[in-house]
Design a protein around this ligand. Structure first.
Ligand SMILES: [Cu+2]
Length: 273
């Protein structure tokens, strides 16, 4: 029976160890920093978005340290102990201190990260403020349209039996509340005011994704999902469908304009006649 270690020299072990340290430990970290300059999140434009970013940054720092030191240690051990023929590893049949520390330290770190996530999640998904502007977003292959309640502040009734090509929302024409509803193809929101988007789909599952606002919520046929947030910056932003929903998925984009309340109100008044 041939001894495997005869085929490997300490030099091979050192090269392999060095490769792990350079490629994984150092290369992985540098690549992340480089990627951060070009493929990172777009600038945040919502109140809760800042909390989400903070959470992601903290998670990256903690897991980044673990990633770096674990792979550094792996590289060092491969370097140091490769092809050591006579050496026998030092081991403990059991070590209370060691076992407790490698169990409790990761547990504490994970519980901290998960609690921070749970707190942020609870804040993001807290009850909708009473004064929030209500807008309905409808996803259909392959576009988004929006409905504002109009001057009466109430959405007209909808029902599945009214859904047709001309009436993808299923608006009930006999409901007076729906007569002044405003249906538009772009979303305009007042800055620094809470908005709740009621999200629907008329065909398959889509996903209402506003990268700048750190908002992502599935649009599910047969139900209304929702997401409330507060835009904090004026400007034009992208809405994308983030659920592969068919051949035209890639064109399923929309525009979100955030402006002063007066400008949005004036625009809405303009749409209604
Ligand atoms: Cu879609």
């Amino acid at each position: 029976m041939s001894n495997l270690s005869e085929h490997y020299s300490p030099a091979t072990g050192r090269r392999l160890g060095l490769l792990i340290i350079i490629m994984v430990a150092i290369g992985g970290v540098l690549t992340t920093f480089w990627a951060k300059t070009r493929w990172w999140f777009p600038p945040v434009a919502s109140r809760h978005g800042a909390d989400v970013d903070q959470l992601i940054t903290t998670t990256f720092i903690v897991t980044g340290f673990v990633f770096f030191f674990v792979n550094l240690a792996l590289g060092i051990f491969v370097w140091r102990f490769a092809a050591a023929r006579e050496e026998r590893a030092i081991f403990w049949p059991d070590s209370r201190t060691l076992e407790l520390s490698y169990t409790l330290v990761p547990t504490a770190i994970l519980i901290t990260l998960i609690s921070m996530g749970a707190v942020t999640w609870a804040r993001v998904h807290s009850p909708v403020p009473r004064n929030a502007l209500r807008v309905e977003a409808l996803g259909q292959q392959f576009a988004w349209t929006f409905r504002y309640a109009g001057p009466d502040g109430a959405f007209g009734r909808t029902a599945p039996r009214f859904v047709s090509r001309q009436n993808p929302r299923g608006m009930d024409q006999s409901d007076a509340a729906g007569r002044d509803d405003i249906i538009v193809s772009e979303l305009r929101l007042p800055v620094n005011e809470p908005v709740v988007v009621l999200i629907r789909s008329s065909d398959v599952i889509h996903s209402f994704f506003l990268p700048n606002f750190r908002v992502k919520q599935d649009a599910v046929p047969g139900m209304t999902t929702q997401f409330w947030f507060t835009p904090t910056r004026r400007g034009n932003f992208e809405l994308a469908c983030a659920e592969l929903c068919g051949v035209g998925h890639y064109i399923m984009r929309g525009r979100v304009v955030v402006d002063t309340k007066a400008a949005v109100d004036a625009w809405l008044a303009d749409q209604s006649h």
